[in-house]
Write a protein that binds this ligand. Structure first.
Ligand code: ZN
Length: 126
């Protein structure tokens, strides 16, 4: 999706707004810019372990060397290892439903039902 902002109002207003914003384009991004760009411009990324929709750098899991992975979320995967080392979706739900319910701000029962439906579509459990 192109990030074209459409300020409301006349063209003149839009033009002057653009002008005003141009010089304040944030510089000195460095690593932060990279982190922000990790999700930017990609298709919507879902954790392939729990289905979490990852949007910002803290959402992404990390490899052992600290690089981000687009495949897993930070809750499921960090420092190159899964938080729940299990080999079936059922075992995962049992082990992870509490943390995922908290993450989704949902009741545990509803989260468990949702996960039963969602997990079979994800790469880790396919
Ligand atoms: Zn996850």
């Amino acid at each position: 999706m192109p990030g074209t902002k459409k300020p409301s109002g006349t063209d003149e207003t839009a033009a002057s707004a653009r002008k005003r914003n141009a010089p304040s384009a944030k510089g000195g991004g460095g690593p932060r810019e990279y982190m922000k760009d990790f999700a930017h411009g990609r298709d919507t990324l879902f954790c392939q372990s729990c289905g979490f929709n990852m949007r910002r750098d803290p959402d992404f899991g990390t490899e052992a060397d600290g690089t981000l992975t687009e495949q897993w979320c930070s809750g499921c995967y960090h420092d190159g290892a899964f938080a729940e080392e299990v080999d079936s979706a059922d075992a995962f739900i049992h082990a992870a439903v509490q943390r995922i319910a908290a993450q989704r701000k949902q009741a545990i029962g509803k989260t468990r039902l949702d996960l039963k439906k969602e997990l079979p579509k994800l790469a880790r459990w396919a």
